[in-house]
Design a protein. Structure first.
Length: 170
């Protein structure tokens, strides 16, 4: 995804576009639909301020019930592009430099980074997903079972172990 600088009007302009996930390096097994791109650009000459919004439809496997489900990812933020002919190097991710003669600015990496940052660590099809029965493997969101899955508190388990070892000594 590139912002064309030639013909970009001074002041505020809006760019709405969509890109193929693969073209910006997003994994296509998760991102299967075009990413919607919304940019509010403010061009003040050597400096371009960009408010961005990237929206993606994703597919994932639930960590609890192992079913595939779809979810939306939305990334919002600001990028600042500064024209510089030297080899300026920015430590800040949100500040980028571009050559004053450059015909365009490539924001593919920014789209990739912004969306991957929004990816949840734990994927759940729904907040209260009941998951699979540990004994019979039934999807407990769909049906219930009679298995007795006792959840043993690890602290109690440790205590039980202490008592048992104490008794065997005596
Ligand atoms: Zn689930
Ligand atoms: Zn069961």
């Amino acid at each position: 995804m590139k912002i064309k600088l030639h013909g970009l009007p001074r002041g505020i302009s809006n760019i709405s576009d969509s890109v193929q996930p693969g073209s910006v390096g997003l994994p296509e097994d998760i991102f299967r639909e075009p990413i919607s791109i919304n940019l509010l650009l403010e061009d003040v000459g050597d400096l371009i301020n960009a408010d961005y919004q990237f929206v993606a439809s994703c597919f994932g496997i639930c960590d609890r019930c192992a079913n595939e489900f779809s979810f939306k990812l939305r990334a919002e933020g600001k990028l600042l592009f500064i024209a510089n002919s030297g080899d300026e190097f920015s430590l800040q991710d949100s500040v980028k430099y571009f050559h004053p003669d450059a015909p365009e600015i490539d924001i593919s990496q920014d789209i990739l980074d912004a969306l991957m940052l929004e990816m949840p660590v734990k994927l759940l099809c729904k907040e209260d997903c009941k998951g699979l029965c540990q004994t019979c493997g039934k999807d407990l969101n769909v049906e219930s079972c009679d298995c007795k899955n006792e959840i043993i508190d690890p602290r109690w388990q440790a205590l039980t172990g202490l008592i048992e070892s104490g008794e065997s000594e005596g």
